[in-house]
Design a protein around this ligand. Sequence first.
Ligand code: MG
Ligand code: MG
Length: 302
Amino acid sequence: MSPTCADEGRVARAEAAYLGLAVGDALGATVEFLTPREIRSQYGVHRELRGGGWLRLRPGQVTDDTTMALALGQAILADGGAVAPLSCARAFDAWMRAKPVDIGNTVRRNLVGFRRSGDPCAPASEHDAGNGAAMRVLPVALALLDGDDAAIRAAVRAQAHVTHHNPVSDAASEFLCLAAADFVRGETLRQVYRRRIRPLLSGWPQFSYKGRRRENPSGWIVETLQAVLQALMETDSFEACLINVTNRGGDADTTGAIAGVLAGPLYGLSAIPPRWLRVLDAATREACRSQARALLSLPRRA
Ligand code: MG
Ligand code: MG
């Protein structure tokens, strides 16, 4: 099926999800590991893709959050839409060999383990509840957009367990994938709240974001998701959501990336500030757009 046959609204929202991931990553990376107070004193409100940060990035340059998602998407496309653990592990391993600008500790440890064992499923660990599997989940949502929930959850775990074999990481990754798919299909925030957010909070109360403002979220997926959900629920535009979440500091490239995956398709392509898209690394921008289209054009699986 050619992309022109696809629902153009879906295609635009899928592109918005991918570009949201990338601009959120690039925006947040500048202030990753800063506290909100440090951000205020350096930038007032941080609202531009200015690069820098501890990784000394070029303006518009992205980090592992975006490049791992693109590597995963390539593996899924090469397998005709299947999310095969061995293909995912090989793709992440090749990504690591290419010396990415940054890499999470859990990702590195378990990819080194894969090199040794050849087993694409990392050992289960109660400690591996970082946000590294959740941050890269978008291509699964696009490849399985009309799949049933059980199939999507299984595919999410297949890619997640290469590096994060942990039930809390799984719950968050499955939620993000299903919620992103809902937004790409055109559902509203109210619908996604009822269908995904409320059930997440009742099954996994540790993700509850109501009450105290989550500042300085760590790479623990619980804190990451609390910050993202707070920002999503208390803002009413793509730009406001990403500025809200990244100015909390902490693991800001990843909160920005995950917020972008949700707010991108919620508010649509035209809501992404053109000044951010202009500065976003051009090769990344094109890769995001073409991969979003290619994933949506996969033959739909039964
Ligand atoms: Mg990163
Ligand atoms: Mg990060």
